[in-house]
Design a protein around this ligand. Structure first.
Ligand code: ZN
Length: 262
């Protein structure tokens, strides 16, 4: 288990009073270009427009206020307590291409974009699931990778952004990332599976990364994060294991979802 050290736990003081507004999106885009990632005009990863790595229209979708989805809606055997689900984008078209590039395309650095998306998302909806007074310590738990050693860059950057957003929104005094779940040996990937298969494929496929973390999770306040959800089955399986160890799940965030509550 990776315990967050002092260095990677975000505190209030890490942020200036300045707020991160959508206008900052343009500055972000400029900054990424100036890092030398892309000097020449290029095609937008999302929509193919001859523009920047992520064009302004796609950037707007990427930094949108999250919408609700119900992680338990598809489950007939919903375990434990319910918790709200939030998704920034619909998993289709430009945002789907952006996620796929974020997972697999090593040539372009899309990390700052997914990180900004996570930060914006958490800041926008934290008041909906946090009480007026902030929680002391909250942990972000990313979904475990089905290919160990090669996690999705989009997913880890998005989780990083959520962590920053939890503190920036003053929902939590401090927030770290806990990589405490792993797939059981032999667990299969979701890609290529049909809808019903995806749901059963995730059932009882995760476990805690070590027996010693069990005690530490009792009463811990957690936010679950994944890059994409199609059936909610990964989030449900995460919840089953974590609630089973006595943790309280405050909310779940995905970057993109195929379905919404509204
Ligand atoms: Zn675009």
């Amino acid at each position: 288990m990776t315990r967050p050290t002092r260095d990677d736990t975000v505190e209030y003081s890490d942020f200036s009073a300045q707020t991160f507004l959508p206008e900052a999106a343009r500055a972000l885009s400029r900054a990424v270009r100036e890092l030398g990632e892309v000097v020449l005009p290029t095609e937008c990863v999302g929509c193919g427009a001859w523009d920047e790595v992520v064009c302004e229209q796609c950037l707007e979708k990427l930094l949108a206020k999250p919408r609700h989805f119900d992680p338990l809606a598809e489950s007939s055997t919903a375990p434990g307590e319910g918790f709200p689900g939030f998704a920034v984008a619909t998993y289709e078209g430009p945002m789907r291409r952006l996620v796929l590039a974020g997972k697999h395309d090593k040539r372009r650095n899309l990390r700052p974009y997914f990180s900004a998306a996570g930060l914006q998302a958490a800041v926008a909806v934290a008041p909906e699931f946090c009480p007026a007074a902030p929680y002391g310590e909250v942990f972000v738990v990313p979904a475990p990778s089905t290919t160990p050693g090669s996690p999705s860059l989009a997913a880890s950057a998005f989780a990083e952004g959520i962590r920053s957003g939890m503190v920036k929104s003053r929902a939590a005094r401090s927030c770290g990332i806990l990589e405490i779940l792993r797939m059981k040996p032999g667990a299969k990937k979701q890609a290529g599976l049909g809808y019903a298969e995806r749901i059963s494929n995730r059932h009882h496929q995760m476990e805690l990364a070590g027996p010693d973390v069990h005690g530490e999770l009792r009463g811990a306040k957690l936010v679950l994060v994944d890059d994409v959800t199609t059936t909610g089955s990964t989030l449900l399986e995460m919840a089953r294991v974590l609630q089973g160890a006595g943790a309280k799940i405050l909310a779940s965030f995905v970057f993109a979802s195929t379905h919404f509550s509204e």
